[in-house]
Write a protein that binds this ligand. Structure first.
Ligand code: SAM
Length: 314
């Protein structure tokens, strides 16, 4: 297996790269989907390992990511079909290509290093920029819209629900007293004033608030719930779906959905009743696959990554 760190490789380090390749087992003449293309790191590996004629559909809603991936994957020519679209439209995208079933699908959730490191995108509390946080720069809702127009209760609700922030009410109150807020630094400072820095904690006090806003802006949890059923349907027997999540809210959804597809479905009130829908998949591993210590040292973004894999049953 060839690692992607070769000459000319892009700044983004694909998280759990070898584990993804191992899970997907790319083979020639087969078809694959990378639903979160980013800089094309995982896609590169899948195309390389399925040479000379494996095909890959790559999706991303961020035109900057797509442009980078296009450059990175140019060496594979027509084998890489890259489309500016959400993975929530997977079924439609496959129909557009005339692909009925595919042999492997990857979702590497969340923001890429390039997105975090570009101040203008507004994803990071460590870089000053506009409160944006949209993966898709044409989508209507920005973080600034939420911060400056939502009522205090709705703000507190998303901070609690999507950030698991215990001080959600105080932060929401302070935001409403201080708005308008325009920049990531303004918001990060405000949160730090409310929450304070807990001694010994590795987390920046604004981590949870920024996570919550990003999830709300991009409706990330709803997107996963919408895409996984389409992915399961699109897999050929023996095909695999591999999902990398970066926080417990995402991982919980993936875990539950994977578990439910991997069990026979019965009427809950009548456990002895006939099976309504037999298991469609099997869990390739019961526990999530985590990055090795060495990977976390080289790429701190990998720290919270969890990979779960299911395989479509015949
Ligand atoms: C963590 S990065 C993926 C990195 C990629 N695996 C690589 O190796 O370079 C996640 C990417 O998913 C994209 N994304 C987020 N939500 C999406 C959606 N609903 N549909 C398609 N792409 C999405 C983001 O724009 C970002 O580029």
């Amino acid at each position: 297996m060839t690692a992607p760190e070769g000459e000319g490789y892009l700044p983004h380090h694909p998280v759990l790269y070898h584990q993804i390749i191992h899970a997907i087992r790319p083979q020639r003449e087969r078809k694959y989907v990378d639903g979160t293309l980013g800089a094309g790191g995982h896609a590169w590996g899948i195309l390389k390992e399925s040479s000379p004629d494996g095909l890959l559909l790559g999706l991303d809603v961020d035109p900057h990511a797509l442009a980078l991936a296009r450059e990175r994957l140019a060496e594979f020519g027509e084998r890489a079909r890259l489309v500016l679209a959400s993975h929530t439209t997977l079924e439609q995208q496959l129909a557009n290509l005339g692909w009925s079933l595919v042999d492997g699908i990857v979702l590497d959730l969340g923001a890429s290093s390039m997105q975090f490191d570009t101040p203008d995108r507004g994803f990071s509390f460590l870089r000053d920029g506009p409160l944006d946080m949209r993966f898709d720069p044409t989508s209507p809702l920005t973080a600034a819209d939420i911060i400056n127009t939502w009522d205090e209760r709705s703000l507190a609700d998303i901070l609690f629900k999507y950030g698991e922030e215990r001080r959600s009410r105080q932060i929401a109150r302070k935001i409403c007293q201080s708005r308008p807020l325009h920049t990531t630094f303004q918001l990060a400072e405000l949160v730090e004033k409310v929450v304070g820095r807990s001694p010994g904690s590795r987390l920046h006090p604004a981590t949870r608030t920024f996570q919550a806003l990003r999830i709300a802006v991009n409706q990330e949890l709803a997107a996963i719930e919408k895409t996984i059923p389409q992915a399961v349907k699109a897999l050929a027997p023996g095909g695999r779906l591999a999902v990398i999540s970066f926080h417990s809210l995402e991982d919980r959804i993936v875990k539950h959905m994977f578990r439910s597809y991997s069990q026979d479905l019965r009427d809950e009130n009548h456990p002895m009743a006939p099976v309504l829908r037999p298991a469609l998949t099997r869990l390739v591993q019961r526990k999530p696959i985590l990055p090795a210590e060495e990977e976390v040292q080289q790429n701190p973004r990998a720290r919270s990554a969890k990979l779960r894999v299911i395989e479509k049953l015949p």
